[in-house]
Design a protein around this ligand. Structure first.
Ligand SMILES: Cc1cc2nc3c(=O)[nH]c(=O)nc-3n(C[C@H](O)[C@H](O)[C@H](O)COP(=O)(O)OP(=O)(O)OC[C@H]3O[C@@H](n4cnc5c(N)ncnc54)[C@H](O)[C@@H]3O)c2cc1C
Length: 479
């Protein structure tokens, strides 16, 4: 890559700017300081603190484009390739790893105007939306017609469908409805050189490799996703919530593994360690010091009854105590509350994060132990839970918080904690991210994660993005 391609673009050169404004309708290009500031950060803890580049502070985009059509996105990307201007796609900025941070300036392309639920295909259970549709709006539109999306990240109301696809996200009901890669039936993507790729939304295809999956998790490094067709579900007839507690992590894991491998698919399976589960156990007068399991079942009434019964029976065989519905209902009511994160990060000297990884059942306990032990010397509070379960394993969240003397110390604690966590994770053979993605924060560990696979990814990046304009510095793709 040439030096020009590595350069930070804080101001668009005059000739390029004139060309851009000639391409776009009035009102779609802005250098307004507030717009630039808003698009200068996402919800990554260090970005929220204005520290995405350590002591060097923030880099703002030179300007923000709010295209209203795919053709405009195409014009902007072709223009950016001609002038080697960095482009950062921006959904709703809820990403937590710095993916939408314009660390090399350039242009932030905000998909906010792609906000239409275009077609609900009730017969074939498909919905086609603009990439900028917010999750909550999509769910409301589907509910009105008797359907659900099935993808419920904790950030449902503050994230876009394009962002879900670009980060390879996961919702809390993933164990039943799948992750975003299972839901994407078709995509419209504008490539960095301006060509538009549209994939068919058929149930399956053997017409070569499924290249739409290349864009699922591409974090804006390979193009801009403008339209998405998702698989949807009829609204479930019934839902049941249930909580149990276990004497040990091992007992809880064995119970959940047995349930899932037996073919039962609860929508939600969350196994909290004694520290994270304590407030809920105390609130409902249950014994603390135990692992709390929260379950939700979705589906037809008979299926929900059956799955709940089988799951509870299995858990009891592994030494569980049945806590009834209340603790799980409490989880359900508060599931979009992220004050544990945002409140702490907003405090001077405060910092917090959830580091989510994934591993096979046989290595989960060891991964939890090693990661928690590794982070503890750096962050004063460390706890965690398992969720998003599969027949082969599950995702593991290590949640860490600290309150230091000032933000410099908080950043040091955060980065030391992350380094220790990633090293421990890699040593166990776990993957470094289950669903938050890589962005800037995890980029240093992409080589260790993928080995020569990263070189292959870089070659694909070079082929699709010859000028290296798309979201430079993200996903560890820079050479
Ligand atoms: C409180 C909280 C809870 C969260 N819970 C979850 C959770 O349960 N599950 C989960 O998966 N994530 C979760 N997240 C993370 C975040 O919400 C997701 O990563 C989400 O998918 C990001 O969507 P967004 O629209 O905000 O994208 P942004 O933050 O705007 O962008 C994220 C990345 O995607 C790229 N991008 C965005 N839109 C496009 C597009 N149209 N085309 C190409 N690239 C694009 C950006 O360049 C960037 O690299 C949570 C975040 C917060 C703050």
């Amino acid at each position: 890559m040439t030096e020009a391609r590595q350069a930070t673009v804080e101001e668009i050169p005059q000739n390029a700017l004139e060309e851009l404004t000639g391409l776009l309708p009035a009102g779609t290009w802005s250098t307004d300081p507030t717009a630039r500031q808003e698009h200068g950060r996402d919800t990554w803890s260090l970005a929220v603190k204005g520290r995405p580049a350590g002591g060097q502070g923030e880099t703002l985009p030179a300007g923000v484009v709010r295209p209203t059509t795919t053709e405009q996105v195409s014009d902007v990307l072709a223009w950016a390739t001609r002038h080697e201007i960095p482009v950062v796609p921006y959904g709703a900025g809820s990403g937590v790893v710095g993916g939408a941070v314009p660390n090399r300036g350039g242009v932030s392309v905000d998909l906010g105007a792609f906000d239409r639920v275009e077609e609900v295909d009730e017969e074939n259970l498909l919905v086609t939306v603009g990439a900028g549709v917010l999750g909550g709006d999509l769910e409301a539109a589907l509910n009105e017609r008797g359907f659900i999306c099935g993808h419920y990240p904790q950030s449902l109301y503050i994230s876009t469908v394009g962002g879900w696809v670009a980060t390879r996200g996961s919702g809390t009901f993933s164990s039943r409805y799948g992750n975003i890669e299972d839901m994407v039936a078709g995509l419209e993507v504008v490539l960095p050189t301006g060509e538009v790729v549209r994939t068919k939304a058929t149930p399956r295809s053997a017409s070569g490799p499924d290249y739409k999956q290349l864009f699922v998790g591409s974090e804006g490094t390979l193009g801009v996703i403008t339209r998405v067709t998702l698989r949807i579900w009829p609204q479930p007839e019934a839902q049941a919530l249930r909580a149990l507690s276990f004497p040990s992590f091992g007992a809880g894991l064995e119970a959940v593994r047995t349930v899932i491998q037996g073919g039962v698919r609860p929508g939600v399976v969350r196994l909290y360690d004694p520290e994270e589960g304590r407030p809920t156990l105390e609130r409902f007068g249950h014994n603390t010091g135990r692992w709390l399991l929260v379950l939700a079942f979705d589906g037809s009434r008979r299926m929900v009854e059956f799955e709940e019964e089988v799951t509870v029976e299995t858990c009891l065989r592994f030494g569980a105590v049945d806590l009834g519905r209340e603790p799980a209902e409490h989880w359900e009511k508060n599931r979009f509350d992220a004050s544990w994160l945002t409140g702490r990060v907003a405090m001077p000297g405060g910092i917090a994060d959830a580091i989510e990884v994934a591993h096979v059942w046989g290595r989960l306990e060891e991964t939890y132990d090693r990661m928690v032990e590794a982070v503890r010397p750096h962050m004063s509070e460390v706890f965690g839970h398992v969720s998003h379960v599969y027949p082969q394993g599950a995702s593991l969240y290590v949640i860490c918080r600290a309150l230091e003397a000032d933000d410099d110390a908080a950043e040091r604690a955060y980065q030391d904690g992350w380094r220790a966590a990633m090293q421990a994770c890699l040593e166990t053979g776990a993957t470094i991210s289950h669903h938050h993605g890589i962005g800037l924060q995890r980029a240093p560990w992409m080589q260790a994660e993928h080995g020569t696979g990263l070189d292959a990814l870089r070659r694909i990046k070079r082929a699709l993005d010859p000028a290296g304009i798309m979201n430079p510095g993200k996903l560890g793709l820079d050479e």
